[in-house]
Write a protein that binds this ligand. Structure first.
Ligand code: AMP
Ligand code: MG
Length: 483
């Protein structure tokens, strides 16, 4: 008997006004081969892993076969890229549809690298294997760290080459998301659609992500407020683990609050707020320390797009938008401090906590200390680095100990272990895994890395070797957008 993969497609996005998408199929590829598959995610989706890994199943991941019930489409959106407004859209991705699992959870199933679309502009619609493996690794690491994110179900190689600066093996990533609705989708509606189109998008978003808002007196204002809070919480989580997204354009910001589009992203080793990895981010617009501020900038673009729906009276609408945006900095600080207190084992709040945190970060910066490992050392109370013997750190540590004594419980190691990852996907490890796969067809390095980083709070013995820094941690690490 033939195994059934268990797809349960619905296509609610196609009920939006037609300007929001173009229906078309992925472009078939020559020789699809499954190279990475996420069994645990398949399970969460109630899909049959065995069926998905048959030739027939894999044909779905390559776009060579449209699964039953799917109605593929490319989504239209716009966005501010490095501050400039542009029309974009899925230039190399196709949404197969929304898979609904037995708990009635709805997931976008998207093929990334699936061929040209009307939104491809000059691009080839394809993706190279390296960047798709990178997205797989980092998104799964983020999920394991407890950070809302799109997920990765599978990567296939296409048997075709893509032309970048050189010829590279082509690949397609199957991306799973609670949706792909972006701030840029609203900017698109505001700029190119009617007020009815904009309203349809808002109603759809509320129904899909914020159904409790439907009965509000001003649901669109509430939508704005909730998205602001979701993003404040999300970006705080990035900061807390040292994640640098790298391209926080408004088209790469979801309204669901999931991290999306892993291009030139990377985790910071040595703490420095100016840390930038992306080769094209010359001015550090999206540097680690700028991410919270840029989040606010992007949300202001979201607020602008919603203005026609916030109030009949334009002036009042602008005022409401402004007031909502002004809540963002405090919300961000709230989530950040809450997370930092947990990282330090602080169970209550004291006015000086912010200074205590800032001073520790400043010391890490001055002494070029690793962000993750410093918190790891504090968690384990294992102070091996010479940094920990410096008078400045000793001073700080006395303040910290005094602070801990003023709270009820001092048994904080368990809590700290849950908030300070023992391992992150360090850049040299990610590179090593991608290189083995792309250059030698060896996926074992990546699988081992995944097994380590998808359990980041385990503090297991086998993780130790993944905690070490690259040989020259001071050398700039550069990531490329040519994804
Ligand atoms: P990203 O940098 O991945 O967020 O992509 C920004 C925009 O460029 C999106 O509209 C993508 O669909 C589009 N894009 C990126 N790479 C390609 C490509 N190879 N072919 C066509 N469109 C692309
Ligand atoms: Mg993007």
């Amino acid at each position: 008997m033939q195994l059934k993969p268990g797809w349960n497609f619905h296509n609610s996005y196609a009920t939006l006004p037609p300007i929001f998408y173009t229906q078309l199929n992925p472009t078939p590829v020559a020789f699809p081969k499954l190279v990475v598959f996420n069994e645990s995610l398949a399970e969460e989706l109630n899909l049959n892993s065995d069926a998905l890994q048959t030739e027939e199943g894999v044909a779905t991941f390559s776009g060579n076969k449209i699964p039953e019930g799917a109605e593929p489409l490319a989504q239209a959106y716009a966005g501010h890229q490095f501050g400039y407004f542009t029309m974009l859209g899925d230039g190399r991705a196709i949404l197969l549809g929304e898979h609904v699992n037995t708990q009635n959870q709805r997931f976008d199933i998207q093929l990334k690298g699936s061929g040209r679309t009307p939104y491809s502009r000059g691009g080839d619609g394809r993706a190279a294997l390296g960047p798709m493996l990178r997205e797989y690794i980092i998104s799964e690491a983020m999920h394991a760290l407890g950070i809302p994110t799109t997920r990765s179900l599978a990567v296939i190689t296409t048997g075709e080459t893509v032309i970048r600066e050189q010829l590279l093996p082509g690949a397609i990533l199957t991306r799973v998301a609670s949706s792909h609705i972006r701030v840029g989708t609203f900017e698109f509606a505001r700029k190119f659609g009617s007020k009815e189109d904009l309203q349809a998008l808002c109603d759809y978003t509320i129904e899909r992500h914020y159904p409790h808002l439907a009965k509000e007196k001003n649901p669109y204002l509430q939508l704005l407020k909730e998205v602001i809070e979701k993003q404040a919480a999300l970006i705080a989580k990035w900061q807390l683990v040292g994640f640098v997204h790298g391209v926080m354009n408004t088209d790469n910001m979801t309204v669901s609050g999931e991290t999306i589009d892993y291009g030139p992203c990377a985790f910071m080793d040595l703490y420095h707020p100016e840390t930038v990895f992306s080769s094209i981010d010359t001015y550090g617009r999206y540097a680690y320390g700028n991410q919270p501020k840029i989040g606010g900038w992007n949300l202001a673009r979201f607020a602008e797009a919603l203005i026609p729906l916030l109030d009949e009276n334009k002036e009042k609408a602008v005022r409401l938008a402004k007031e909502a945006i002004e809540t963002y900095p405090d919300l961000y600080v709230f989530y950040y401090l809450d997370g930092m207190r947990k990282k330090l084992g602080l169970l209550n709040e004291e006015a000086d906590d912010e200074a205590l945190i800032q001073d520790l970060l400043q010391l890490m910066e001055t002494y070029k200390q690793d962000y993750t490992n410093t918190f790891r050392a504090l968690t384990l109370q294992k102070f091996e680095e010479p940094f920990f013997q410096t008078p400045e750190f000793q001073d700080w540590y006395q303040r910290y100990q005094a602070r801990l004594k003023r709270q009820n419980s001092i048994d904080i190691m368990q809590m700290m272990k849950q908030h300070n990852p023992s391992v992150i996907p360090r850049n040299h490890r990610v590179e090593e895994a991608i290189e083995a796969a792309v250059e030698r067809g060896d996926f074992t390095v990546m699988k081992k890395l995944l097994s380590i980083i998808t359990n980041p709070y385990a503090y297991s013995a086998e993780q130790e070797e993944y905690c070490t820094l690259p040989e020259y941690p001071d050398e700039p690490y550069i990531t490329y957008c040519g994804t």
